[in-house]
Ligand binder design. Sequence first.
Ligand SMILES: [Zn+2]
Length: 217
Amino acid sequence: MVPMLSPKRAFECEEIALEARADIGIRAGDLLNPEILADHLAIELRPLVLYSSDLPDEVRHLTEEARSAFSAVMVYRKRKRMIVYNPAHSPRRHVNTIAHELAHVLLEHRPTKLLDSTGSRIWIAADEEEADYMAGALLVPLSAVEAVMDRMEGNLVDAAEHFGVSENLMGHRVEVDRDSVQVEISELDRLVGGGRPVPQIRSIETEAASIAPPLLA
Ligand SMILES: [Zn+2]
């Protein structure tokens, strides 16, 4: 199994994602169009079909019978960067694909060759894991998950629609949000609880909740 991103690295990804959003003038709770971010980063988006005249069989294969096999690849040519993507995918898969490729750029992952000497795809698992996390952070920032889910009255379908992402990704981000609260509680327990049992922390939470309404009033 692939190890989870460390909390510190995940936090950094969230920060970088919010900076990228700010750069294109949107806030954490807004929908991010990755094509606008690509444009901002001077990265050209090229649908695979642009290569139809040079590689007709390959393009047809990847956009028809084997359409799940290829999502996108970042190509570096001199000082230019471009993402060649499969246009045969659903809009929400497309959004995730482009966000994933932009994540590699924002995280400054080193470009590698596509294939090794044996013809196998070069795959750096740690970079891919980070890019997957970062794509989620870009599209659905953790800092906005709770507020948007509240606004949508807990409806995952509506929240996914709001961010323009798949329900699968939205559900995953809700889980990450819950997990990060768990990490926070256990860290807090370690710091202030010492050897005391977890219920001590629960009582602190209850206390905080009980004093909240008068403060808000
Ligand atoms: Zn990747």
